[in-house]
Design a protein around this ligand. Structure first.
Ligand code: RIB
Ligand code: CA
Length: 309
């Protein structure tokens, strides 16, 4: 089994928490670092949440704080507290935690890690692409040293989840997405086309988290997430966004893909749209199909094997 060296760029976030839980349990992934980005809450809260989750899941990797604003200098007008709660993790009460952030910022860390693991690093980004774009802008060699980028974000055919065209991570910082797409680094987009095909529920999570020290916390934050989907979709189960990108990283065989060149629309009402021009020799792949049953089986098996051992 080949092991992938991974840096996880994240904006925790309830589904980011579920993704980190899974990522830490994957047998073929060597997690090297966590970098944070604003998104589901501001950068201070997302970073605090990353530290809480690292301590809770007993993950021994450094956490680096990322950008507090977008690459054009703008700041978010608001955060999606109606989905993730004001604290980004469901407003269920955050536990005390141990451990601190590293002194370097996320961009510096990404550049340094790309040098240390040149040609070997998988950059797995499940939030806005601001940190990645900043690294590209600060070091012209950065993108070329990465093995690949895997993102949760965007959509080729599925309607957006913020506007009819745009997905949250991409419309959060479209200029950053365009900078990343234009590097030509191999990139796989795990977007709404597949993340909406797989759904989790309390009934799925309860048996796999029962007895774990953080089991009640996981169920509580997902209750907040499920409540939002009851209000917005009248469904008790919910889409699996960020964990789908983890699933692609560990089990790419579960996904059907189309190859081409991605770009991001920056102007007009379609701002934040990801556009794929199909091309068999293009640098990008877009996931269009997923074996959801097998993906959920892998999620459950990984949690059982790693945390219940
Ligand atoms: O559109 C879903 C994405 O937006 C996920 O990454 C979620 O965590 C939010 O950031
Ligand atoms: Ca996220």
């Amino acid at each position: 089994m080949t092991t992938k060296k991974v840096v996880f760029d994240t904006d925790p976030g309830i589904d980011d928490a579920m993704a980190l839980l899974y990522l830490n349990a994957c047998e073929n992934i060597n997690l090297l670092a966590i970098t944070t980005i604003l998104g589901n809450a501001d950068i201070a809260q997302c970073t605090r949440n990353a530290l809480i989750l690292r301590d809770m899941f007993d993950i021994k990797v450094p956490v680096y704080r990322g950008a507090a604003c977008h690459i054009n200098g703008s700041e978010p007008e608001d955060y999606p507290d109606f989905v993730h709660g004001a604290d980004g993790l469901g407003d269920v009460g955050l536990p005390e935690f141990e451990g601190d952030i590293e002194p370097e910022n996320a961009t510096t860390a990404l550049i340094e890690l790309s040098k240390k693991h040149a040609g070997e690093l998988t950059l797995l980004a499940v939030g806005r692409l601001t940190n990645v774009a900043l690294a590209v802008q600060q070091d012209p060699e950065f993108a070329g040293r990465l093995k690949e980028i895997i993102i949760m974000g965007g959509s080729a055919e599925h309607p957006g989840n913020v506007t009819p065209w745009a997905e949250a991570n991409i419309i959060g910082d479209p200029e950053a997405a365009e900078v990343v797409f234009q590097t030509g680094t191999p990139l796989t987009m795990v977007g709404l086309d597949v993340t909406t095909q797989t759904r989790m529920s309390h009934e799925f999570l309860e048996p796999i988290t029962r007895g774990l020290p953080f089991g009640d916390f996981i169920l509580a934050i997902n209750r907040t997430y499920a409540d939002y989907h009851v209000r917005s979709e009248n469904r008790h189960d919910f889409p699996v966004h960020d964990s789908s990108a983890i699933a692609f990283t560990t089990r790419p065989d579960l996904f059907g893909r189309v190859r081409g060149q991605l770009s991001c629309t920056l102007e007009g009402k379609e701002r934040g749209r990801t556009v794929l021009v199909e091309d068999p020799s293009g640098p990008h792949e877009v996931c269009m199909e997923v074996d959801s049953e097998k993906m959920l089986e892998d999620y459950a098996a990984s949690i059982r094997r790693f945390y219940h051992a």
